[in-house]
Design a protein around this ligand. Structure first.
Ligand SMILES: [Zn+2]
Length: 202
């Protein structure tokens, strides 16, 4: 998390987009009460915009390690954390709020597209984070992490952790789209290249 803070402080100040404020990371087992409702054990990681905290259940860490092996597990955890912090960045920049407002004014199909764009942008932000850490990474790591992340997508998690969402309102886009946007962030290191909305809504 300290590393994530350094990276995002740097990106915010270089692009003149305000001050970055790190979210709190909450580790939990069994159950946790959040600004977005209650979450149960093994619900996986999620970000709650209402209290600006990232919630990680410890069973999820174990699951990633046993399912993907130590190396894949470790980078998968880093990737998933970076994706959730991507949602925090969207909250700081007002994107989350804009999307929620638009979703209330539009039909289900369009609302779903907005969710996809939001999720893909969180992947792009995770890629941006990885760009600033690339001396530690190889492309194999990234593919491994993406497959892990897909297996524990936060659409299912958010449905479980927030009772009020529409059943089909959260999707992340295809694995191919997720990889593409992550890689765009990773390769460019430029926050201005992350307009997933222009692409998904057209
Ligand atoms: Zn997400």
């Amino acid at each position: 998390m300290a590393d994530t803070e350094d990276v995002w402080n740097q990106i915010f100040s270089q692009n003149n987009i305000g001050d970055y404020k790190e979210p709190t990371m909450v580790l939990f087992t069994d159950r946790v009460s959040t600004g977005c409702g209650n979450a149960s054990s093994a619900s996986g990681p999620f970000y709650c915009p209402a209290d600006q905290q990232v919630y990680m259940d410890l069973a999820f860490f174990d699951e990633l390690k046993t399912r993907f092996g130590a190396k894949g597990g470790d980078f998968a955890i880093a990737y998933v954390t970076a994706h959730e912090i991507g949602h925090h960045v969207q909250t700081l920049l007002g994107t989350n709020q804009k999307v929620s407002q638009l979703q209330r004014q539009t039909n289900k199909t369009e609302a779903n597209k907005l969710s996809v764009a939001l999720e893909l942008q969180a992947d792009f932000y995770a890629g941006l984070w990885a760009h600033y850490n690339q001396e530690y990474l190889e492309e194999g790591d990234i593919e491994e992490a993406m497959s892990a992340a897909n297996a524990v997508g936060d659409d299912a998690i958010q449905k479980r952790s927030r009772g009020d969402v529409q059943p089909d309102s959260f999707t992340h886009g295809s694995s191919q789209q997720r990889m593409k946007w992550f890689m765009r962030g990773y390769k460019t290191g430029d926050i201005k290249q992350g307009d997933t909305f222009a692409e998904i809504l057209n």
